[in-house]
Design a protein around this ligand. Structure first.
Ligand SMILES: Cc1ncc(COP(=O)(O)O)c(C=O)c1O
Length: 446
């Protein structure tokens, strides 16, 4: 009997018991994890506990099936617990769950080769770590060392992670200010602004670091030619171009890499999220031979105990195989097109409420006239068993980033829920405004 069946076999008092169990989990969050985060989650209407998941569907402790359109914040490309990824990991788990870190390890070697084959240009050498933040951290270290320069140019609104280095190149003061001083010589320029790059990049610039589509800034798609211009400006000044593909990589945008949209090959690319099929944490950065010169003097100049462990690399190899053999890059393009088109129909009905629907493939942002509207729509979606989420650096924009395996029926479910949630929100706001007018009218009469 699986965990879900056990939950539902608790007899006549099952529902009461489940509520008690949920309350205990939430209390543990409040007492031992992060009370303010627990309050935020509850405020967002998320008051149950996740129990199991498969594909795009999550089952919670109340037995509800939820359609996950937040997709693990972009990490779920092959969906939850893809059978081929799970089988590969189980097999590796039985063989060798961890590595000596001293002998050669086959899954790591095979994954390095595979990534070199599927990434653009002469990206060749891989460093493996455990998260996107660590990938960015390593990439900026290698950029500084290999150029002998310190300047790092990145974009306003960018999100690259929250360690001290990754934060230094991120683009929102809210998260940076409390930790100052951060790394020196880091400059943010407006995204999608070629003249700003022209004016800022110079002979002291080690690297320009850009997301091909800004995810957490609210899904900002740059104009065609922006990355190409960044490439050209970097080349002119001897600076490196780092593409942060942590969120856009591995098919999410409807092409294998976000930078493919502009036909650009960076000097270093950072990866994480979808890389291991959301099964085992992994991060990586892959660089050209020029950037890897830094390891010649000292092969251990950058290292990680768990980075590149056999479970994570096995999961990644299986996930990439699934993406390739199940045509998930193309699937992201077609399902994304359907979702964007349908969401725009709702936007056309409520233009005062929904300002814009934008994105590429299955990284889609919906911008509202006010951040409170976004919050109400997220709650409305949840009432219809659809999970959506904010973008970290843009409170007015919510995201739809479902697993790339989303079916037509599930797209229709998300679209119907969105349309109803927006209609409900518009009605709620209208009622509040009418009540306010009534109160004002009454006050004026006195
Ligand atoms: C573009 C980008 N870079 C880096 C990160 C940080 O990745 P992680 O949360 O795995 O550390 C994120 C996370 O959302 C991201 O979107």
């Amino acid at each position: 009997m699986n965990e879900h069946e056990q939950l539902h076999s608790r007899g006549p008092n099952g529902a009461d018991q489940r509520r008690t169990d949920d309350a205990a989990v939430i209390a543990d969050y409040e007492n031992y994890v992060n009370p303010s985060y627990a309050a935020l989650v509850k405020f967002g209407g998320f008051d149950s506990v996740e129990v199991s998941a498969r594909g795009c569907l999550v089952t919670d402790s109340q037995g509800r099936e939820l359609l996950d359109c937040a997709g693990g914040l972009g990490a779920l490309s092959v969906g939850y617990s893809h059978p081929r990824v799970v089988a590969a990991v189980k097999d590796q788990l039985d063989k060798m769950a961890f590595s000596t870190r001293l002998l050669f390890n086959a899954p790591q070697a095979r994954l390095g080769k595979k990534l070199a084959e599927i990434t653009p240009g002469d990206l060749q050498y891989c460093f493996f770590c455990n998260s996107g933040t660590e990938a960015v951290e390593g990439a900026i270290k290698i950029a500084r060392m290999s150029t002998g320069r310190s300047g790092l140019v990145s974009a306003t609104g960018a999100f690259h992670g929250k360690s001290m280095g990754a934060l230094s190149v991120s683009g929102r003061d809210l998260y940076k200010k409390p930790f100052q001083p951060l790394l020196p010589d880091c400059v943010n320029v407006p995204f999608n602004d070629i003249p700003a790059l022209e004016q800022t990049v110079n002979q002291d610039t080690a690297a320009v670091l850009l997301e091909p589509i800004q995810g957490e800034a609210g899904v900002i798609v740059p104009d065609d030619g922006y990355l190409r211009a960044a490439r050209e400006i970097c080349d002119r000044h001897g600076a490196l171009l780092i593409c942060d593909e942590v969120q856009t990589g591995l098919g999410r945008t409807g092409k294998m890499w976000g930078c493919d949209w502009d036909g650009v090959a960076p000097d270093i690319m950072t990866l994480a999220k979808a890389l291991s099929g959301s099964c085992v944490p992994i991060g990586a950065f892959i660089g050209t031979p020029r950037t890897w010169e830094v390891f010649k003097e000292n092969p251990l100049i950058h290292s990680s105990t768990f980075g590149g462990n056999p479970l994570a690399c096995t999961a990644a190899l299986a996930a990439i195989e699934v993406i390739e053999t199940e045509g998930l890059v193309e699937q992201a393009a077609t399902q994304g097109e359907k979702l964007i088109t349908a969401l725009r129909e709702t936007q056309a009905k409520y233009p005062q409420c929904v300002k814009e629907v934008r994105g590429r493939g299955l990284i889609i942002g919906v911008e509202f006239a006010h951040e409170d509207i976004g919050a109400l729509v997220i709650v409305g979606l949840l009432q219809r068993n659809v999970i959506a989420a904010y973008t970290i650096n843009n409170a007015t924009t919510i995201r739809f980033e479902p697993p790339l395996v989303i079916t037509d029926e599930q797209v229709a479910w998300a679209v119907r829920a969105f349309d109803e949630a927006v209609a409900q929100t518009v009605e709620l706001i209208a009622n509040i405004e009418m009540d306010e007018e009534d109160i004002e009218g009454t006050t004026n009469e006195h």
